[in-house]
Each structure stands twice: as structure tokens, then as C-alpha cells.
Design a protein around this ligand. Structure first.
Ligand code: TRP
Length: 341
């Protein structure tokens, strides 16, 4: 059917809210860029900017985040001749497919979605009369949009965090329902891939690094700001000379996510010898800074050249749409919305 059809298709989306941070890099960007270098894989990586509208109604912020995320992936070395890299909103066929899928998706399935249930639970807890207060159709139907992202390109594997597994299962469910109703294998059933080795990085306060906790270290802040943030990482009150436990230490975890295993072992030894926190923080800052300096320069240059980013994304959209338009044509026929002649 397509020139990529013999390869395993790996697809994932990045919601474009916020500025990419070290946790995004370690947990998603780095493994995705590595996976895209495998010649037996065709990867589809996209910015889930329709999804961003569910959470954010500030156009400037949505726009800025899309630009930052695109620049980040390019600065970190994603090869866009190889991976198909695009903005979800450039593929107008995706909302069209979302509608078709909505029409076969049971409402009850959406009632069980974690994000929706959590929002209802919040309302109930705070004593709201209306359990659906503040919940948009965008939030409620979010898993259907996500299913369209995945099914449009017949992805085989979808690398995601644990919190997203349910959504992939829903996509399988919806795909199966559509295939059954329209009596053909229109869609491949996707599989979630959760990499147990990929670390969930801790943030400044020791909780999971996440924009919603405001405890992140953005990837491409200035050297000075990076130093300031590393100094803010929470440690305990042990004095220099007292042995310290690396395995419960956020600073150590962040270091080891970037360092080689030898470097990590050397740092572990320093902890045992009672390295002081100031000293440890300086070393971690120096290490991160040395590793981020080059991509940071590329990032800053890219941010100054949105025309280049736009061109790269347009090219990605063109490749993606080459297939999406054909797929939609087929699906329109399948459901009875084809041409008369
Ligand atoms: N919902 C995903 C998240 O918040 C992002 C996303 C949107 C996605 N569409 C997708 C991930 C399709 C994988 C496949 O992380």
C-alpha cells in the first residue's frame, strides 16, 4: 500500500504545552530520536497541537510552545529525512477521522477515561453541584482524537508513558469496532510500548519533574539560569564529610540520567566519601552545561529562524498527508461518503 509498509511503524505525539525540560528529554525525546535511527522502523513524530487546545486557550502560549518543541527536537538531532516530523494540525484529515471514529465509539468508553474521571472526581470532592463543571467536549473526547492520530497512520507501536496506556487500549477498541462494523481490516491495532528502562526524572523538589508541579529544569535555559536551577535541587542537611545515599538523591538521579555508567559509578564513590552538596551541585552543573552547550546553541539559532522550522514541518506534513489523503478517501468510501461516480 505504501512505501513504508514493510517497516514497523512507531508513532508518538508530544502535547505542545510548556517548554521542554530535562525530564522530557530523558523520558521521551532521547529514546525517540534513538529509535528513529533504526532502519527497520518508520517513525512518525508529531506535535499534538490540537490536543494543546484542550488545556490552553492562550494563543501566544500555544504558538510559542509549538515553536520551542519543534526547535528542541531539531536541535537535539532528529533526522527529519528519516523520521516523519509534523504538526498534527497540518493534517486536516485527522479531525475528519476523529469524527468518523466518534460515531462508532461508545460514550461509555469515554466515561471510563482516567483524565475525565479525575476531573469529575475533583468536582465531586470540591462539592460542585455539576460533576461536569469546567469539562469540555475536547477533554471528554480526547482519547478519540488520540485514536485518530494513531489509526490514521496504522501505527504498530506507540511509545508512551504509563499514564497513556489506557488511551492506546481505547484506540485498539475503537479500531476493532470500526473494522467490525465496516467488515474489513481498515485499521491496524496499535500496541503501547512502555520502556521500563526509561527513567522518570525527578524535579527540583524531588517529585516527578513536571510542568504542573513547576519543578522543572528547562533544557535550554542560559548557562547562568541552569546553574541557579541546579543549586535549587532539594538535598538533605548532611554536612561535607558525611556519607550520602545516591539512590534517594534527585541530584544524583539527574546526573546519572546523562552520565555514562563509569561516570555514574565515580559519582557514587564520591557520595560514599561524603562529597559536600555545594561541590556535588557544581559538578552536576558543569556536566550538564558541557553536554547541553552545543544543542543549546543550535536551539537558539533555530528559534531565531522560524522560517526554517516552518519549512521542515511543511515537508513533514506533506509526507504525512500523502498517506492521510489516500487513507481518508478509502474510509469515506467505507462509510458511504464516497463520490457518486
Ligand atoms: N496524549 C499524549 C500525551 O499527553 C500525547 C499524544 C497525542 C499522543 N496524540 C498521541 C501520544 C498519539 C501517542 C500517540 O502524552
Amino acid at each position: 500500500m505504501s512505501k513504508f509498509s514493510d517497516k514497523t511503524r512507531v508513532l508518538t505525539g508530544i502535547t505542545t504545552t510548556g517548554t521542554p525540560h530535562l525530564g522530557n528529554y530523558v523520558g521521551a525525546i532521547k529514546p525517540a530520536i534513538e529509535a528513529s535511527q533504526n532502519p527497520s522502523v518508520q517513525s512518525f513524530y508529531f506535535m499534538a497541537d490540537y490536543h494543546a487546545l484542550i488545556k490552553c486557550q492562550d494563543p501566544k502560549q500555544v504558538q510559542q510552545s509549538r515553536l520551542e518543541i519543534a526547535a528542541t527536537w531539531l536541535a537535539l538531532g532528529l533526522d527529519t529525512d528519516n523520521a516523519i516530523f509534523y504538526r498534527q494540525s497540518d493534517i486536516r484529515e485527522i479531525p475528519e477521522l476523529t469524527w468518523m471514529l466518534s460515531c462508532v465509539c461508545a460514550k461509555g468508553l469515554m466515561n471510563r477515561a482516567h483524565a475525565y474521571k479525575a476531573a469529575v472526581a475533583d468536582n465531586e470532592e470540591s462539592g460542585n453541584q455539576d460533576p461536569d463543571k469546567g469539562i469540555t467536549m475536547g477533554l471528554f473526547g480526547y482519547p478519540v482524537l488520540m485514536a485518530a492520530d494513531i489509526l490514521m497512520f496504522n501505527a504498530n507501536k506507540v511509545p508512551v508513558g504509563r499514564d497513556q496506556i489506557q488511551h492506546i487500549e481505547m484506540a485498539r477498541d475503537i479500531a476493532g469496532r470500526f473494522n467490525h462494523l465496516y467488515k474489513s481490516q481498515y485499521f491496524t491495532l496499535p500496541e503501547a510500548v512502555v520502556d521500563e528502562k526509561v527513567e522518570v526524572l525527578h524535579g527540583l523538589d524531588g517529585r516527578k519533574m513536571s510542568k504542573s508541579y513547576q519543578n522543572t529544569i528547562p533544557l535550554f535555559v542560559s548557562e547562568k539560569k541552569l546553574q541557579k536551577l541546579v543549586r535549587k535541587i532539594k538535598t538533605n542537611s548532611l554536612e561535607p564529610g558525611e556519607p550520602k545515599d545516591p539512590d534517594t538523591c534527585t541530584l544524583f538521579q539527574i546526573y546519572s540520567a546523562f552520565a555514562s555508567s563509569e561516570e555514574t559509578e565515580a559519582m557514587r564513590a564520591q557520595y560514599a566519601e561524603g562529597i559536600g552538596w555545594g561541590d556535588a551541585k557544581n559538578q552536576v552543573f558543569e556536566y550538564l552545561n558541557a553536554h547541553l552547550a552545543e544543542p543549546r546553541e543550535r536551539y537558539n539559532a533555530l528559534m531565531e529562524d522560524p522560517g526554517h522550522i516552518e519549512a521542515v514541518l511543511q515537508k513533514g506534513a506533506e509526507r504525512a498527508r500523502e498517506e492521510a489523503t489516500v487513507t481518508m478517501e478509502r474510509l469515506r468510501d467505507a462509510v458511504g461518503l464516497g463520490r457518486f461516480i
